[in-house]
Design a protein around this ligand. Structure first.
Ligand SMILES: Cc1ncc(COP(=O)(O)O)c(C=O)c1O
Length: 411
């Protein structure tokens, strides 16, 4: 029986009366086809959530990345709750600040120091400030289609942005060393830093992994031109490698931004850097109302420890590979042109013979109506809580969804 969303729809109407768009941000209605998805959930556990109509889903959103160990993870939740009973926002900070910074420096390949904030955007904005402060230059290079948050400089928003907000931002294609070299040559001595994601994960497009030698080439050009190399590992961080995605791809950035999976859903982010960035990091004043909250730090410590212990990145990769093979084989057997791009742990699904996403939307709708939460416009995420059996069930649901796509579109 296909799921229905009576409660979700009623709640959405209530929400729309008092909240712009009803639901803002990632899951706003413009990214969902009406009747395909629930709007509100009632609870989540492990790799599953249940919506307000009682429908159960195997979830591949993982909350857009933060959930890596499974929802409502006992160890992480207990660490958070125990610390919360000792106080939340305090000034001065608790000693967990030191414990967590030490842990980041221990596990992260490019970290000589660490500082903490709340959101990914806090750290990407902060990294820009440090690059400019360090080099005493203004220009920053970013990649077309890259996402670093909704702040004006990042260019993901068009409403309410002034040209001055992006006056010193230069865009290049991701993964194109020649373009980067050309921009650097044209702006000799003016570029403070370059911020890129470790692999390219644009919305609405296939993901792109770095070509061999790409990151080593970027590192060389940055060194030759005194440019601070910044990695935005907010999305991919912890899922590819506990030591950071830069380690996974074999290079060392000067600054790296982490968030999402760091505390399995509790709000904390981290900026880490190498020794050369330490002095500027101590000069640039940065803070936030909740940046020293200790329960999130306890959650992050428990989460990082657990990720290390079970090799969460390895499990995500293995389950992602099982999913990718299962889906690609089913699609091929039904004569459909389909692939999953990007790392196994963070795949993007795509029907390669279409540009308008109609097949992808029908496929995801059919999956959602039968208990598998996939989406078509953005990469998905595997977690260490997904079991082999979950993936098998997912592939069964997906196979029936491919059949519907084939019947509807013919190929
Ligand atoms: C690569 C990347 N950078 C930065 C951000 C911004 O993080 P936040 O939404 O926590 O501010 C995101 C969020 O999705 C992201 O994927």
């Amino acid at each position: 029986m296909a799921y229905t969303f009576t409660q979700s729809r009623e709640l959405f109407q209530r929400a729309a009366r008092v909240i712009p768009q009803g639901i803002y941000g990632h899951f706003n209605p413009s990214t969902t086809i009406p009747g395909s998805y629930p709007y509100f959930i009632s609870r989540a556990k492990g790799p599953r959530f249940w919506d307000v109509d009682g429908n159960e889903y195997i979830d591949y959103s993982c909350a857009y990345g933060p959930m890596i160990l499974g929802y409502a993870h006992d160890r992480v939740d207990e660490a958070f709750a125990t610390q919360a009973r000792k106080g939340t926002a305090t000034m001065p900070p608790s000693t967990l600040l030191i414990d967590l910074a030490e842990k980041m420096v221990e596990v992260n390949d490019c970290a000589d120091w660490a500082m903490f904030a709340k959101n990914g955007a806090d750290t990407t904005s902060w990294a820009l400030v440090l690059a400019r402060g360090y080099r005493r230059r203004n220009k920053i290079v970013l990649a077309n289609g890259g996402y670093h948050g909704t702040q004006p400089w990042a260019g993901s928003n068009h409403t309410g942005i002034s040209p001055a907000d992006r006056a010193d931002i230069i865009m290049v294609p991701w993964g194109d060393l020649d373009s980067f070299q050309r921009i650097v040559d044209e702006n000799k001595g003016q570029i403070a830093g370059a911020m890129f994601t470790p692999y390219h994960h644009p919305v609405f497009e296939q993901q792109v992994l770095p070509a061999p030698g790409y990151w080593q080439g970027m590192r060389r050009i940055c060194d030759e031109n005194d440019i601070v190399l910044m990695i935005d590992d907010v999305r991919a961080g912890w899922r590819l490698d506990i030591k950071g995605s830069a380690h996974y791809f074999g290079f060392k950035p000067d600054l790296a931004c982490y968030c999402k999976a760091i505390a399995n859903g509790y709000p904390i982010s981290a900026l880490v850097g190498t020794d050369k960035m330490r002095i500027v990091a101590s000069k640039a004043f940065q803070t936030g109302s909740y940046w020293n909250n200790s329960p999130e730090m306890a959650a992050a410590l428990a989460c990082i420890d657990e990720m290390q212990k079970i090799d969460a990145a390895g499990i995500c990769d293995a389950r992602g590979l099982q999913l990718r093979r299962g889906l690609e084989e089913c699609a091929a057997a039904r004569g459909l042109q389909f692939n999953m791009s990007g790392p196994n742990a963070i795949p993007f699904l795509h029907f390669t013979n279409e540009k308008n996403f109609k097949r992808a939307q029908l496929f995801c709708k059919e999956c959602s109506l039968h208990g598998v939460f996939f989406f078509w416009h953005h990469n998905m995420f595997l977690s260490a809580a997904h079991t082999e059996d979950d993936i098998r069930k997912t592939v069964d649901v997906a196979d029936r969804a491919f059949k519907t796509v084939k019947e509807h579109f013919g190929g």
